[in-house]
Design a protein around this ligand. Sequence first.
Ligand code: GLU
Length: 299
Amino acid sequence: MNLPPVSTTSTAGRYAPSPSGDLHLGNLRTALLAWLFARTSGRAFLMRVEDLDRVRDGAEQRQLDDLRRLGIDWDGPLIRQSEQLAHHDDAIRTLTEQGRTFECFCTRREILEAPSAPHLPPGAYPGTCRELTADQRAERARQRPPAVRLRAGAGEWTIHDLLHGDFTGGLDDVVLRRNDGVPAYNLAVVVDDAAQGVDQVVRGDDLLTSAPRQAHLAHLLGHPQPVYAHVPLVLNVQGRRLAKRDGAVTLRELHERGHDPLALITQSLGLPALSPADLLERFDPSSLPRTPWVFTPPA
Ligand code: GLU
């Protein structure tokens, strides 16, 4: 009997919340979009808890409950970033063996106060520790443990975004391992996406400017470039990113005040008030709003 060839290439989208508190309407809207992009393009949908930073007790469970309650499901077991440390270590070792890393002893303040090179964006790493000698490193290591940075070199990288088209950003010597020994976000996100077969990254457009660096890192590690969709954020009336202090913005708070959070989200996307499963037939990425949604929380 001739069976069709089995594809060994896994393709997946994902949602990657940080368990630092309850998800608000903006987070839930991004999660729904990531789910819709993945499910309508025949991909698996993975849930990865990015718990290397800012973990609040009970937040993971509440976030997952809220996502399920909204009608978002995921494939396979939940993945926690803190359980992927061996992959992160391997990647940093690979880059180090390629001569692509260096130890950095700078504090945040030293970086902000350093005269920045004219071609670098404000706040970019000015290169202070890039060429330290072994003696200088030993001397600095007596004061504080080093972070590990990528020796990115000058240059830029272009990614393709389904909503923004080609987007080019400058490369920076990003931190790969923080000086407390924990893998840094930019490294972990790239390593985890590749290890989990994620080839579609849908997230808030505050991360658009990080995407070129991350795609470049993926390239250095020999991983394929994902396709991106950076979706507009939800803003408060002051035009700032919606936050919990803005009022009733979580699923529970909105329910308690008699609102249907899913209907608010679908309406903001120009979609009918249907369940995620019923939206699959109606979802058209090309007609998504391209501007932020300004949300006034109910009293
Ligand atoms: N964990 C990040 C956040 O909650 C998302 C990172 C990503 O999607 O790449 O903002």
